[in-house]
Design a protein around this ligand. Structure first.
Ligand code: NAP
Length: 497
């Protein structure tokens, strides 16, 4: 099998109009069996952007059959061949950055500048794993008694179920597809129904880059439970890689148990953001803006519990509130917008409910806290001071632009509060004392720590959480391991020489 040369087609410019709206199965675009469609909406305006094919169980079975049929030949391809497909996909995604950003903003709401940032971040997974594809290594040792050689090789795990959420529709896709391609796995991708267009655009790019038929199959559906269960119970899908809520992750883990599938889970978080008395307040406020407001707060890494030392809590809260109040809220496609709408009315209603609960329990809104009038699912950037530890906001992932500030007095107390949660994705520590930074970072029960920074995500780093935030890591040197199995060959050595 030879890779084709880099495609020469021009960059699409006509918004979502140029994106295929079917299912992508076995290298073909087609309607769902039964001809069902569902509509994709712009959350800033309510405008219907497109109707995409709505898969059912027969489509799920066909996607699985395509992935199974392609697996053996795909596993035998040269690493360099897979690497070059990924590299071409990287080049095309970067060449189409503006267009992909517009598609993402249209269906998901984030401001264009943030969407462009996500395209660059997503593309980096393609480049990173194009480099990792040719570095899959094994081992060669001898048994303790010298009788046998142990030759350790790595093999693709097999057909994979990939499930992505709506909040980072391109990056969550490439963070799974790229290592699966690099490892030699075939896959069925089920994107979130709010944001299928970005995934379909990515599938078209892979097709253009010469990805063989059946390696990537994209199945949009409004019936995730039925479609995904077909794959989970089949015994033919060998791995589940899921990004989404902890509640759905647990359902999938139970299903995975029945067929003993390899499982990677990137689940929810409720990140503590600790600002010590010796922190530089401006640095901490900048960090808080990044950690809280990225993606309108609809991020698993969002700083949702801001623990600030009592000596500086008032100054920090006041500066943060000033910065938040200055942000321009609007349609993400409009120039200058810094905060877009939330994903849907249910998401916004949840945010308002949590804010109302905190206010009822004695918190003060320094800015925001009120639903705006008009169309679109907008919610204002909100800072709440003196939030009671009993507020539901402390134990529920808010997924919105709300920053609760809670004063603390000593380090043991703040670590106990930060760790008093079933989640453990990420934590943030702001201090000018390096020893304190290491100490608090080590005591936080999380998979990632930002020290004097509000951003931890990077394709070169192992992303993931502990406790009920997940299993496994995506990205970094270990990201490809999630898609590989070990095999060892025991080869006797000639004796007596
Ligand atoms: P979600 O409700 O769990 O949905 C995630 C995906 O799972 C969607 O594609 C969804 O499709 C699908 N799904 C739902 N029920 C399913 C079932 N029974 N079987 C198979 N698939 C099913 O989460 P979300 O609201 O889209 O995303 C927000 C959550 O994702 C937050 O908790 C956030 O923290 C987490 N997240 C984690 C990371 C990370 O890396 N740790 C990154 C981003 C987001 P339907 O919508 O059709 O149900």
């Amino acid at each position: 099998m030879n890779a084709t040369t880099t495609p020469t087609s021009t960059t699409p410019t006509d918004g979502v109009a140029g994106i295929p709206t079917g299912l992508f199965i076995g290298g073909r675009w087609r309607d769902a069996c039964g001809g069902k469609f569902f509509e994709v909406e712009n959350p800033a305006t309510g405008e219907v952007l497109a109707a995409v094919a709505d898969a059912g169980p027969t489509d799920a079975d066909e996607a699985l059959a395509a992935a199974v049929a392609a697996q053996a030949a795909w596993a035998r391809t040269a690493p360099r061949y897979r690497s070059e497909i990924l590299r071409r996909a990287y080049d095309l995604v970067i060449a189409r950055q503006d267009w992909l950003a517009e598609v993402m903003t249209s269906e998901m709401g984030k401001p264009l500048a943030e969407a462009k940032g996500e395209v660059a971040y997503a593309a980096e997974f393609l480049r990173w794993f194009s480099e990792e594809a040719v570095r899959i290594s094994g081992d060669h040792t001898t048994t303790g008694d010298g009788a046998n050689r142990i030759i350790v090789t790595r093999e693709p795990v097999g057909p994979c179920v990939l499930i992505t959420p709506w909040n980072f529709p391109l990056a969550m896709g490439t963070r799974k597809i790229a290592p699966a391609v690099a490892a030699g796995c075939t896959m069925m991708l089920k994107p979130a129904p709010q944001t299928p267009l970005t995934s379909l655009a990515l599938a078209a790019i892979f097709q253009e880059c010469g990805l063989p038929d059946g390696v990537l199959n994209v199945v949009n559906t409004t019936d995730a439970a039925t479609v995904v269960e077909r794959w989970m119970s089949s015994g033919d899908a060998r791995k589940i890689s899921f990004t989404g809520s902890t509640a759905v992750g647990k359902i999938l883990l139970r299903q995975a148990a029945d067929t003993v599938m390899r499982s990677s889970m990137e689940l929810g978080g409720n990140a503590p953001f600790i600002v010590c008395a010796d922190a530089d307040i401006d640095t901490a406020v900048e960090g808080a803006m990044g950690a809280k407001m990225r993606n309108m707060g609809e991020a698993c890494t969002a700083a949702n519990r801001m623990y600030v030392h009592r000596d500086i809590a008032a100054a920090f809260s006041e500066r943060l509130a000033r910065r938040m109040a200055e942000l321009k809220v609007g349609n993400g496609l409009d120039d200058g917008t810094q905060v877009g709408p939330l994903i849907d009315s249910a998401g916004r209603a949840k945010v308002q409910r949590l804010v109302d609960d905190a206010l009822t329990r004695g918190a003060t809104a320094l800015t925001g806290g009120q639903l705006p009038d008009g169309p679109g699912y907008f919610y204002p950037p909100t800072v709440l001071a003196d939030v009671s530890p009993e507020s539901e906001l402390m134990t529920t992932e808010v997924f919105g632009p709300v920053a609760p500030v809670i004063p603390f007095d000593d380090e043991d107390e703040v670590i106990a509060r930060a760790n008093d949660t079933e989640w453990g994705l990420v934590g943030y520590v702001f201090t000018q004392d390096i020893d304190r930074a290491f100490d608090l970072g080590e005591r936080l029960e999380v998979g990632m720590v930002g020290v004097n920074t509000g951003v931890v995500s990077n394709p070169a780093a192992p992303f993931g959480g502990v406790k009920q935030s997940g299993l496994g890591r995506e990205g970094g040197k270990v990201g490809i391991d999630e898609f590989l199995e070990y095999k060892y060959l025991s080869v006797p050595r000639r004796q007596g020489r």
